[in-house]
Design a protein around this ligand. Sequence first.
Ligand SMILES: Cc1cc2nc3c(=O)[nH]c(=O)nc-3n(C[C@H](O)[C@H](O)[C@H](O)COP(=O)(O)OP(=O)(O)OC[C@H]3O[C@@H](n4cnc5c(N)ncnc54)[C@H](O)[C@@H]3O)c2cc1C
Length: 440
Amino acid sequence: MGNESRGHPPVHYRCVGVGVGPANLSLASLLHDHADVPNLFLDRKEAFAWHDGQQMPGSTLQVSLFKDLVSLADPTNRFSFLSYLHEQGRVHHFLNAQFSAVPRQEFRNYLAWAAERNPHVVFGEEVHEVAFDRVFRVRTSRRTITADNIVVGVGSSPYVPPQARELLGPTQFHVSEFIMKAVDLAGKRVTVVGGGQSGAEAFLDLITRPAADRPRRISWLSRRRTYLPIDDSPFTNDFYTPSFSDHFYRLPADARRAVNRDTLLSSDGISEDTLRAIYQQLYVHRFVEGLPDLVGLYPNREVTTVTRGVRGNWEITARHNDEPHAAEQHEADLIVWATGFRPAPATFLAPIAGRLEREGDEFRVDEDFAVRWDGPPQHAVFLQNAVRAQRGLADVNLSLNAWRSRRIADRLRGVRSDDPLASFVEWSSKPDSKQTWNGR
Ligand SMILES: Cc1cc2nc3c(=O)[nH]c(=O)nc-3n(C[C@H](O)[C@H](O)[C@H](O)COP(=O)(O)OP(=O)(O)OC[C@H]3O[C@@H](n4cnc5c(N)ncnc54)[C@H](O)[C@@H]3O)c2cc1C
C-alpha cells in the first residue's frame, strides 16, 4: 500500500531520478552533499548492474578513466574513480598494472560502489507513472511520492531488426544476453551479426575459447564495408567536449543530422586493441593451428531473412551491398544479434507527454537538458542520454556525463558553475570579426 493511501501526504523531493545507470548515478553523486536539494533516485533492477550480460572477459572501457561519475565536473567529489581505488586500498596496484584501458568489469564495480554508498539511490522500485498537479506525482511499484523536478535516465534498450524479433530465444538473442546464453557451443556453428564494438567483442570471445569449448564455425556479418575502427584521435575527441556539445545544440537540425552521420565512427567503431586481438587470433587459427575453416568474415552484407531450417538450424540470407542481386546463404545453430541499442521509451511520462514539446523522435530540451513544456518554469523534466539529435553522439556516451549532470544540478540549485575553456577549434563561424593568419 502506498504512503498516500495510508493517509500520509506523499514524501516530497526537490528531484526524483528515474533509472540508475551511469547518467543518473553521476547526478546522484554530485547532489549527495547538497542537503538543499532533497533527492531520490529509483531503479527497477534489484541491485546495481551495468551491461552485465556483456562483461566479456578482457573487455575494457572505451573512454579515459577521468570520465567517471564526477571528476570532469567536480574533481574533489568523494565518488570519483580515484576515490574508489583509494578506499579499496588498491590505488598503487592499479597504477602498477599499467592498464592501457580500465577493465570494464572494474569500472562496473566502481559504479556499484558509488551506488551502494549513496543512501538516496534505491533499487527494486520501478517508476510506473509521472503526472503533474502543481508538483510532479510519481507512482512507483511501491508508493507515490512528489517532486519539483524529474530527471529521466532510463538509458537504452537492445535493438534487433524486425526480421528476427519473433524468433528470439535460447539460440537467437541480442548480444546484451551474451554471457548468459552463449554457452555450451562446442561443435556448433555460430553467427554474429553486427560490426560495432559489441559484435567484435562477441566474435573475439568465441574465437578465443579453448578448443574443447569452441564452436566448429564462427561467422561475422556486418553491414559496414569492413570492420572499422573507432576514431579516438585528439581533434575527433573534441566532439566529446562541453563546448562542442553547446555548439552542436545551436546548429540547425539538418546540420546536426549531418554531423552525427559524418562522425558516427567516433562513437560506434571498434577499438583498435579489439581489432588487433581478433586479427592476431585469426592468424594463429589459420597459420599456427591449421584451422582454415574455423571462421568466416562477411562484411558489407545485410541480413535480409532468417528462417528455421529442416534440421532445426537457422538459415540466414544476406545481400551483398555491392552485388545486391546475389543472395548469399549462411547456416547457423546460434545467432548473436549485435545490432545496437535504441533509446528506452519513457512510457511512464504518458500522463504529461502531451504537454512536452517534441523534435522528431525526441523531446525538445533547453540548454540545461530540461524538456520544454507548457508547465510552470520552476518545475522541469530533465533528460539524460536521450537527445542525441539535439546534443550529438556524446549524449549517449560516458564522456559528458559529469558535465551534463552538473548543468542539471546547477539548475536545481539555482547556481551556474563555470564551463571548462572552449576548444582550440572555432566551431562556429565568426561573421563579424576579421580572421587573419595571426588572429588579429
Ligand atoms: C556493453 C556496453 C559498453 C559500453 N561501454 C561504454 C564505454 O566504455 N564508454 C562510453 O562512453 N560508453 C559506453 N557505453 C554506452 C553508455 O555509456 C552506456 O550505455 C551507459 O550505461 C548509459 O548510461 P545510462 O545511465 O544512460 O543508462 P543505463 O546504464 O542503461 O541505465 C538505465 C537504467 O534505468 C533503469 N530503468 C529504466 N526504466 C525504469 C523505470 N521505469 N523505473 C526505474 N528504473 C528504470 C534501468 O533498469 C537501468 O538500470 C557502453 C554501452 C554498452 C551497451
